[in-house]
Design a protein around this ligand. Structure first.
Ligand code: FES
Ligand code: FES
Length: 130
């Protein structure tokens, strides 16, 4: 199966690889796995607590090219968005941007799940006493 140019670009030049300190109050961490193939994706966001805007994002993905490309793309997309906007990100938009074939759709779902989990984690840290 041929990968699209965008998948190859993100795979060869992944954006925002790395991680933030999980314990940092301004960081939300999402870690998800794909039962179908065993791939694992960690996606982290750094949020401005005043505005709720995502200022930076990082990922680490152990998986196929499409999973790496999906997480790389998501870290680019969520920067400058509010956490609520980021949580609305749809895997179909990722799949469309990367021109993923049907068997690789679950790779983009992994990225959607990861960003949602990261937002959830951030929110959990900031609902102190409520
Ligand atoms: Fe093997 Fe994703 S299925 S790396
Ligand atoms: Fe399983 Fe891509 S995440 S094949």
């Amino acid at each position: 199966m041929a990968y699209s140019d965008k998948v190859i670009d993100h795979y060869e030049n992944p954006r925002n690889v790395g991680s933030f300190d999980k314990g940092d109050d301004s960081v939300g961490t999402g870690m998800v796995g794909a039962p179908a193939c065993g791939d694992v994706m960690k996606l982290q966001i750094k949020v401005n607590p005043q505005t709720g805007v995502i200022e930076d994002a990082r990922f680490k993905t152990y998986g196929c090219g499409s999973a790496i490309a999906s997480s790389s793309l998501v870290t680019e997309w969520v920067k400058g968005k509010t956490i609520d906007q980021a949580a609305e990100l749809k895997n179909s938009a990722i799949a469309e941007e990367l021109a993923l074939p049907p068997v690789k759709i679950h790779c983009s779902i992994l990225a959607e799940d990861a960003i949602k989990a990261a937002v959830e984690d951030y929110k959990k840290k900031h609902t102190v006493g409520s």
